[in-house]
Each structure stands twice: as structure tokens, then as C-alpha cells.
Design a protein around this ligand. Structure first.
Ligand code: PGA
Length: 222
């Protein structure tokens, strides 16, 4: 069995000062035995925070990965307002693609998501591809898939571990070499019920990761 993957999606939260406080609290990671031999943690802050998170983690020798929350479907070029994979790769190794908030609020289509995956892979970024159910199309080359039922996101009503495990099994059957995560109202109290399931390789944590202490508890309990 591989490491349990814990992806913290900080969404569109935290200004510079709040991010600094979050990082100072997260530093306790060095004092607590989180068993990072068996767990892998990936933090996904906003683009504006990637540099400070990277510097902080490397200055403090904190062994967690960094991910971006979005990527341009295009390569570098005349694309005002976009942050592209070539730029992201200097800061992060992972990128979230296909989150339901982006599919819904930004009209991201399957075609666009395929382009985002393709350009990310081209620059050596690892996509963490989020789907709402087992029917969503998984673009070629994706190796980390997160099942996030839309009603469970930010609602305090997670899927049942049994159903999440069954969906993860179906996703794995179609994508044999991939890791499958569960996301949607994961907390320190319920994480183990998901990570103890045979087909669930880890979790994506949104709201509960906004407090660093809570995220540390989640990592500890995973
Ligand atoms: P949530 O969000 O943990 O707040 O439900 C998960 C996500 O949106 O990735």
C-alpha cells in the first residue's frame, strides 16, 4: 500500500498576513509525530501565496508538497490574467484540475480540462483531477483522481465511507494505475472512516484545512 495522500485545498482564502499566521501554526508539524513516512501532504494555496509557502517550507525543512489550484489551458503567451504551467512548475509539483467550483462557476468544460491536463503534464506537473461521480471523463495521463460529490462539498454532509469506497472502486476499475481520493466535508473526526477503506488512497480537505491546527489533527488521524 502507498502513502495516504492528504491534499489541503485552501481555495480563495487568506491574504498575506493570514497566510503567515497559518504557516506559523502549521510549523507545529515539526513537534507532532505525524508519521509522514506513511502519509504525504500536499498544500494548495492561492497563486499569490505559492512563493511564501514554498520559501517557508524549505526554510523550515517541512516536508510537504505544494500544489496550485488552477492552471491556464494555454502555454505562455498573450493570455492576460492567466497563470500557466511553465510558471507554476517553479513553485509547485501538483495542480488541481476539474474542481466542481470551477466547472460550475467558470463553465469549465471537458475539452478545457483535457487541455489543462495536457499542458500540466508537458511541464512535469502532476494533475489532481477532481470528479463528481464515476461517470466523469478522466483525461489521459491522470494518475491522481479525487471523487468529490457536489452535495458533500462545504456542506458538513460527507458521503458515506461505504458509498465513497464503492465509487472509488469503480473509478479504479476504469483507471487501474491511479490513486483515488475522497473529498467533501472531511474533518479530523471522520477522516479515518474514509482512509481506512480499501479503495480510498487519501482525501482532499477544503474548509477544515483553513485552520492549520485542524489540518494537523486531520493529518494525525488519517
Ligand atoms: P470541503 O471542500 O472540505 O470544504 O467540503 C472540499 C473541496 O472543495 O475540495
Amino acid at each position: 500500500m502507498g502513502k495516504v495522500l492528504i491534499v489541503a485545498n485552501l481555495k480563495s482564502y487568506k491574504d498575506e498576513n493570514e497566510a503567515k499566521n497559518w504557516l506559523e501554526s502549521f510549523k507545529k508539524v515539526q513537534e507532532i509525530d505525524l508519521n509522514l513516512v506513511e502519509k504525504e501532504v500536499i498544500i494548495c494555496p492561492s497563486f499569490t501565496q505559492l512563493f511564501s509557502f514554498l520559501s517557508f517550507f524549505s526554510n523550515n525543512n517541512i516536508k510537504v508538497g505544494l500544489g496550485a489550484q488552477n492552471v491556464s489551458p494555454f502555454d505562455e503567451g498573450p493570455c492576460t490574467g492567466e497563470v500557466n504551467a511553465k510558471q507554476i512548475k517553479d513553485f509547485a509539483r501538483y495542480v488541481l484540475i476539474g474542481h466542481s467550483e470551477r466547472r460550475t462557476s467558470f463553465n469549465e468544460t471537458e475539452d478545457l480540462l483535457v487541455k489543462k491536463v495536457k499542458i500540466s503534464l508537458q511541464y512535469g506537473l502532476t494533475p489532481i483531477f477532481l470528479v463528481q461521480d464515476q461517470e466523469d471523463i478522466i483525461p489521459q495521463g491522470v494518475k491522481i483522481i479525487a471523487y468529490e460529490p457536489i452535495l458533500a462539498i462545504g456542506s458538513g454532509h460527507p458521503d458515506t465511507p461505504e458509498n465513497a469506497d464503492a465509487v472509488a472502486a469503480q473509478i479504479k476499475a476504469k483507471n487501474p494505475d491511479s490513486q483515488v481520493l475522497y473529498g467533501g466535508s472531511v474533518t479530523a473526526d471522520n477522516i479515518k472512516s474514509f482512509t481506512s477503506k480499501a479503495n480510498i488512497d487519501g482525501v482532499v480537505v477544503g474548509g477544515a484545512s483553513l485552520e492549520a491546527e485542524e489540518l494537523l489533527k486531520i493529518i494525525q488521524n488519517a
